[in-house]
Design a protein around this ligand. Structure first.
Ligand code: G4P
Length: 508
């Protein structure tokens, strides 16, 4: 019997405390022993890679990773997502590989823009959410105001599971509402330990708050939570290590185990014996000494064993997976076996692509991994014209990783790249230079947005592309893309060609 799995991600706005919480979760799970280690190791690793200097300079985390820890017989797979809004596409894809999410909110700030965007992606896929209101050791907003904001802005039922007894200087602990047990801070000012204390006398104000909360909010309904209609809300402080184990217990008790995954011809249940999975992320050059790339696969069914042959839907040629990697607290370890819900890193030289299905028996295809229309388009200017081949390889590689998208116009030789955020442009140039020795610049493209075009009848598509040839390009996979000057133009053109479909996302 294998231990149950909980595969989840943390979503938050930058600075809400995701890194700190991750660290504390790993410590609680025994994966690391020193607080601060996640950051320290991260920085060590970063220092080795040139292009990641951007991360250091900006103090943001661009690379995602997978961390596994165990507690009370349950294996938790935590998929880290880059917090910076520029890397939303990467984050979105990671959310396709989880069964649930923890939403971290700063008690002083409430729902912030990035929290909201990420929440919408979770909603799209009915990913259930546990809310952690962080930083109660500091002055925060009134609890009712925070709860109502979550309910109103996210159109979600909220159910407080605990209640902070004061915040900031008046913080006295957190009460578990179901039992009335109070965890009181104990320890030095750096870290509190929750000490269960049933003999607390609460102030009238707090007693009244808790009474009102009991009347004003729905009781916890596990089914509604799992459907993504209700979020249980916990209060705590990641920094002071307060409420973190309650959060793990909540994940253990309520978060769903691996769920059936949408696929063609039929959804795949985790109980099916044949091994299947999909690639949600590809990362190149994690170790600059080996020009490897790692494809991250979410295992959806079957028991994976090292050396197993799997067929990727992209190439159709079976590959033997001899050195799969399980990510255990950021140490790469060779895995012998993995189970549904686990993430496996598969080293490869470019055969595996984001969106690929891998299966023991071909014929299955997972669906719903979106490719987003880029919001920024730029023309790539090569400084040394003899490097065309290297540039093409670099752009293809990065498109494959999902860092940038590349479009090859039908007319002219100026390749166009698309990104969802400004910072990716800097990453692109820096990597071109450091990894591919290609000096390049970027200039404004005469286009502002891209749409994948298709039509039921090939003739309708051809009629459209023939007339609009100057605005047509192909993506890396050869799919036709219409490059428009403005979003308005997309609407205008779409009206004139009702038989052509214009898509802002392309499913892989
Ligand atoms: P992020 O990954 O979501 O961006 O947030 P991160 O954990 O890096 O936390 C952002 C800041 O908030 C950090 O302070 C961190 O120490 C602080 N923080 C996190 N959790 C809590 C909490 O529960 N209470 C309080 N009071 N602060 C918290 P910083 O000064 O920006 O960084 P650092 O120099 O302390 O690392």
């Amino acid at each position: 019997m294998t231990s149950p799995r909980r595969t989840f991600a943390i979503i938050s706005h930058p600075d809400a405390g995701k890194t700190t919480l991750t660290e504390k979760l790993l410590v609680a799970g025994g994966a690391i022993h020193l607080a601060g280690e996640v950051k320290a190791r991260g920085q060590n690793r970063r220092a080795r890679s040139d292009w990641m200097k951007i991360e250091q300079q900006r103090g943001i985390s661009v690379t995602s990773s997978v961390m596994t820890f165990e507690r009370d017989g349950i294996t938790f797979n935590l998929l880290d997502t880059p917090g910076h809004e520029d890397f939303s596409e990467d984050t979105y894809r990671t959310l396709t590989a989880v069964d649930s999410a923890v939403m971290v909110i700063d008690a002083a700030k409430g729902i912030e823009p990035q929290t909201r965007k990420l929440f919408e992606v979770c909603r799209l896929r009915s990913v259930p959410i546990i809310t952690f209101v962080n930083k109660v050791d500091r002055e925060g907003r009134p609890v009712f105001e925070l709860l109502d904001e979550i309910a109103d802005m996210l159109a979600l039922d909220v159910c407080p599971m605990s209640w902070p007894i004061g915040m900031g200087g008046e913080f006295e602990g957190v009460m578990e509402l179901a039992t009335g047990k109070v965890s009181r801070p104990e320890g030095d000012s750096r870290t509190f330990q929750g000490k269960i204390d049933t003999g607390v006398t609460l102030s009238d104000k707090i007693t009244e708050e808790i009474e009102l909360a009991g009347i004003g909010y729905p009781t916890f309904d596990a089914e509604a939570y799992r459907n993504g209609d209700l979020t249980p809300v916990y209060f705590g402080s990641a920094l002071k290590d307060f409420g973190v184990t309650d959060l793990i217990d909540a994940l253990a008790d309520y978060a769903p185990p691996p769920r059936p995954q949408p696929a063609e011809p039929a959804p795949v249940s985790p109980d099916e014996p044949d091994v299947t999975g999909f690639i949600f992320k590809v990362q190149a050059n994690m170790d600059p000494n080996h020009r490897d790339r790692i494809a991250f696969m979410r295992l959806c069914s079957g028991t994976f064993k090292r050396g197993m042959k799997l067929t990727p839907s992209g190439s159709g040629k079976p590959i033997a997976v001899h050195s799969p990697i399980l990510f255990f607290a950021q140490n790469r370890e060779i895995a012998d076996e993995a189970f549904p819900g686990d993430i496996i890193g598969i080293p490869n030289h470019g055969t595996l692509r984001v969106g690929d299905t891998l299966a023991e028996k071909p014929g299955v295809r997972f669906t719903g991994l979106p490719n987003f229309a880029p919001e920024i388009l730029r023309r790539v200017i090569l400084k040394d014209p003899t490097k065309t081949k290297q540039l093409r390889k670099a752009l293809d590689d990065m498109a494959e990783e999902g860092v940038t998208q590349v479009f090859y116009p039908e007319i002219g030789s100026n390749w166009i790249i698309g990104v969802v955020g400004q910072l990716q442009l800097e990453v692109l140039l820096s990597r071109l230079d450091a990894e591919y020795k290609v000096a390049a610049g970027l200039e404004h493209a005469p286009f502002d947005t891209a749409r994948w075009v298709s039509a039921d009848e090939a003739a309708d598509l051809k009629a459209f592309t023939d007339i609009n040839r100057a605005a047509m390009a192909k993506d890396r996979d050869g799919n036709p893309v219409f490059l428009a000057k403005t979003a308005w133009e997309v609407g205008y053109v779409a009206d004139r060609y009702p038989k052509v479909k214009f898509a802002a996302t392309r499913e892989r």
